[in-house]
Design a protein around this ligand. Structure first.
Ligand code: NAD
Length: 437
């Protein structure tokens, strides 16, 4: 099928490459000419595991092309995906300006029946609103349908997740659009990926309810971690003991510095806002959001409690990205910790395997960027692990100790084994590791 994807960010680009891999002919459109130039030169504009080889493959097969021109991009497309940003406004509601602009731009380009598929995360009611906006902007009456098709990929595993989704959700009342969406996803449905066909409102809410539930799991386990520290219990063991119960499951039970990223913080707030606008209160989601804010602040207090006043001290921070295997810094807990330590007068040396360039754009020359962990640890009074990159599990602790002014590791991702680190002469603190053994 001939497909256009508008918005070549984390979701749009992976969607474009994934659909090309599934055998479709895909044009990616983005208003950012720097991004499109990089893509045309076979370069991914951001780091996402396994994405660049996939892009290269389909730029070569010709199944994937890129343009900044929406008009050119959507010409003759049977299906137009929208995957632009839907950031939060200060009151927690969603800024729909990008998606509404795109809808208005698509309208005049429609000539025959087209399915417009929204992949952006949007409040309930937006799919129908897009229909109205598009209809207002067509040059003459032309048939089209707007379908809600929320995306559940995880940054850092986005390519795998797109190709192997847990489910595909299609929200539309139109039988014609349903048939076309089934044809589009046939390669996935052949692999027995569960398909949920429903109305747009249900599809839109599935996305928010899923993200709010996952965020709740994180806030829940972070509070249990605080209790572990108070009572002398070991959080990873508690989490394992919980997760072996099939009704609970082992995923999303790792304690850490609070959730960040471009989705959970904004999507929980958007769901709270949506419920309130219908006179409903989602007390659990509100608590999830409040706990996350508190946990993030508590991380700074924890570092200062262990380290003493940071003024004049050098601190090595391992990880800028909000999670491993991405260079995405949006709402990264590492950034708020770094800002807090800088305000308290510390000097910061940072390492991240993929996000140093993105970090420079945000932090400028306020910190020192280091190519490896050992350079970052030079003269440091503590190493603080903020992102769960696998390589931080394999630190050469003896070498690390020779570089540091003080042998302290504060492991906000529980990557290391306390006994091993302490055996190398470090003071070690993790999250919820209150075990006295
Ligand atoms: P992003 O900011 O990385 O990408 C959005 C892209 O849209 C940018 O490249 C921007 O230049 C482009 N764009 C904006 N307006 C445009 C226009 N008028 N014409 C052409 N291009 C335009 O965002 P993202 O992380 O890919 O998220 C996109 C949507 O998907 C959001 O609604 C998000 O909530 C949702 N989502 C994100 C994830 C994730 O992990 N990032 C997962 C699931 C769903």
């Amino acid at each position: 099928m001939k497909i256009t994807v508008i918005g070549c960010g984390y979701v749009g680009l992976v969607t474009a490459a994934g659909l090309a891999e599934a055998g479709h002919w895909v044009t990616g459109v983005d208003r950012d000419s720097l991004k499109i130039n990089k893509l045309r030169h076979q370069e991914a504009p951001f780091y996402e595991k396994d994405l660049e080889p996939l892009l290269r493959r389909h730029l070569k097969t010709g199944r994937l092309t890129f343009t900044t021109s929406l008009a050119l991009g959507v010409a003759n497309a049977q299906i137009i995906f929208i995957a632009v940003g839907t950031p939060a406004l200060s009151d927690g509601s969603v800024d729909l300006s990008q998606i509404e602009t795109v809808a208005a731009q698509i309208g005049p380009q429609l000539h025959g029946y087209t399915v417009i598929v929204n992949k952006s995360t949007v409040p309930v009611g937006t799919t129908r609103r897009l229909e109205t906006i598009i209809a207002q902007h067509t040059c003459r009456p032309v048939p089209f349908d707007v379908v809600s098709n929320p995306e559940f990929l995880r940054e850092g595993n986005a390519v795998y997740d797109f190709i192997n989704p847990d489910r595909i959700v299609i929200g539309t009342d139109s039988p014609q659009a349903r048939r076309i969406m089934e044809e589009l996803y046939r390669p996935f449905l052949k692999k027995k990926v569960p398909l949920i066909q429903t109305n747009p409102e249900t599809a839109e809410l599935i996305k928010y309810a899923s993200n709010a539930f996952l965020a709740t799991k994180i806030s829940f386990i972070n509070e249990i971690a605080e209790l572990c520290e108070a009572v002398g219990a070991d959080l990873p063991t508690v989490a394992r003991g919980m997760g072996l119960d099939h009704r609970i499951g082992p995923e999303f039970l790792s304690a850490g510095p609070g959730y960040g990223g471009s989705c959970f913080p904004k999507d929980t707030k958007a769901l709270i806002h949506l419920a309130r606008s219908y006179g409903k209160q989602l007390s659990i989601v509100e608590a999830t959001d409040a706990v996350n804010t508190r946990i993030q602040k508590a991380m700074l207090a924890k570092i200062i409690r262990i380290l003493g006043p940071p003024a004049g001290k050098t601190i090595a921070v391992y990880g800028l990205a909000f999670k491993a295997n991405t260079d995405d810094l949006r709402e990264s807990p590492a950034l708020s910790i770094i800002e807090g330590l800088l305000q308290a007068g510390a000097r910061i040396r940072v390492h991240d395997p993929k996000a140093l360039a993105a970090g420079r754009k945000v932090l400028g020359d306020k910190v020192t960027y280091c190519a490896d962990e050992y350079t970052a640890a030079q003269d440091a009074s503590a190493v603080v692990i903020t992102t769960e990159w696998e390589q931080y599990r394999r630190l050469d602790l003896d070498l690390l100790k020779t570089k540091m002014a003080q042998a302290i590791i504060i492991d906000l991702r529980n990557l290391l084994t306390p006994e091993q680190v302490r055996a190398h002469g470090f003071l070690y603190e993790g999250i919820g590791r209150g075990s006295k053994q």
